[in-house]
Design a protein around this ligand. Structure first.
Ligand code: UD1
Length: 362
């Protein structure tokens, strides 16, 4: 009998991590994969388009939880996930990343005595004001297997008292998707549609509550983008959360071009051809490092230090003063950057080996 594994995804950044995992485990006759989509993200552009671009199989279960406050959303995911878990009775639940779905499903599984495997474990920003930091700490504390993307993850987990034999450096699943799709992404016609040439523009994403929920902070960030935009026009696919906050502020910003959320392949193509990316996303810090594209992270900390130490990432802070200073420095001397160990497109294969050993599959 194959070992039944339940893979969970809920929000946009989860899909590119779960896709290579589902594919790799699904190709192993000793495993049977059940894919659950919690529906934390539900817009066509935030969910369906990604499943399509990543050729992810349709979810076996879609919990359709939608949006809500943190408590409402987390509780609703737990309430709807429990009966699915009880019906399917998998040997383990695999969760990825740090979104509310990650923590909610890990909690349900743990309490039903089902093994929890966390991919992208151990990342820490040491900023407990970030909802994702709480999700990471809770998920890691109750996981049986902790798969890390960089050595800092192991160090953080050891410091939190987690046994070394449960921690495995496997590389980065998100980079598996990037490497697997880059050639196809380069054939996207997004540059033509926008009327831009490679290397002549920058890309922006912003969605973190700390940056977009405060009107004053958001206005200052837009002022910084407008100034950078004078040097190099910026293209800004706007997350639905940010769209609400930006309402009324758009018109004044001529060198910043606002776009609807892009599909995975279009966004990858845009990023790969850009001169610089300005972002507060976690995953994009990693993708720019993998692509060798300079990244200014509009935050004061990162849970992904390898992207700064080895990659092309610079922490630029969140005020127009710090961002413009970082941009001036980057313009003069764009970072070269290297590729972190095991970010080679084979992370899913390593996850499979770790899981085979864990379940003693011979
Ligand atoms: C979530 C994750 C964050 C991740 C981000 C990527 C948590 C705590 N946060 O943040 O770590 O980086 O996803 O996008 O899990 N909305 C839509 N359509 C959608 C989804 C959201 O309109 O398909 C709007 C709703 O107004 C919603 C808001 O966006 O209230 C925020 O969505 P939510 O899932 O709560 O968090 P994100 O900000 O997307």
């Amino acid at each position: 009998m194959p070992v039944k594994l339940m893979c969970v995804a809920g929000a946009r950044p989860n899909f590119m991590k779960v896709a290579p995992l589902c594919r790799e485990l699904g190709s192993d006759p000793d495993f049977h994969v059940v894919f659950v989509h919690t529906g934390q993200h539900y817009d066509e552009a935030m969910s369906e388009a990604f499943l399509r671009d990543l050729e992810l199989k349709p979810p076996d279960h879609n919990l359709e939880v939608g949006s809500g406050s943190h408590a409402q959303q987390t509780a609703e995911i737990m309430r709807r996930f429990e009966p699915v878990l009880l019906a399917e009775r998998p040997a383990a639940v695999l969760v990825v990343g740090d979104v509310n779905s990650t923590m909610a499903c890990a909690l349900v599984a743990r309490k039903l005595d089902t093994a929890v495997v966390h991919a992208e474990a151990g990342l820490r920003s040491f900023d407990r004001g970030m909802p994702e930091e709480i999700n990471r700490i809770v998920t890691d504390a109750i996981s049986d297997l902790l798969l890390v993307t960089e050595e800092s993850g192991r160090r953080n987990l050891l410091r939190e008292g987690i046994a070394n034999d449960r921690i495995h450096l496997v590389g980065n699943l998100m980079i598996d998707s990037l490497r697997g799709r880059l050639e196809q992404a380069r054939r996207s016609d997004i540059l033509d549609r926008l009327g831009v040439r490679g290397g002549s523009f920058g890309v922006v994403t912003l969605h973190r509550p700390a940056n977009v929920d405060d009107g004053g902070r958001l206005r200052d960030l837009l002022a910084a983008l407008e100034a950078v935009g004078q040097d190099t026009p910026l293209y800004f696919p706007v997350h639905p959360r940010t769209r609400e906050r930006l309402a009324g502020l758009h018109a004044a910003h001529e060198s910043v071009h606002f776009l609807p959320p892009l599909s995975y392949l279009d966004f990858l193509c845009l990023m790969a051809n850009s001169r610089v990316v300005l972002t507060d996303s976690g995953g994009i810090q990693e993708e720019t490092t993998a692509l060798g594209v300079p990244c200014l992270t509009l935050r004061n900390n990162t849970e992904r230090p390898v992207t700064v130490e080895l990659g092309t990432n610079t922490l630029a802070g969140t005020t127009s003063r710090t961002i413009l200073a970082a941009w001036e420095e980057m313009k003069g001397r764009p970072p070269k950057g290297g590729i972190p160990p095991l970010w080679d497109g084979r992370a899913a294969a390593r996850c499979r080996q770790v899981l085979r050993a864990f379940f003693d599959v011979r």
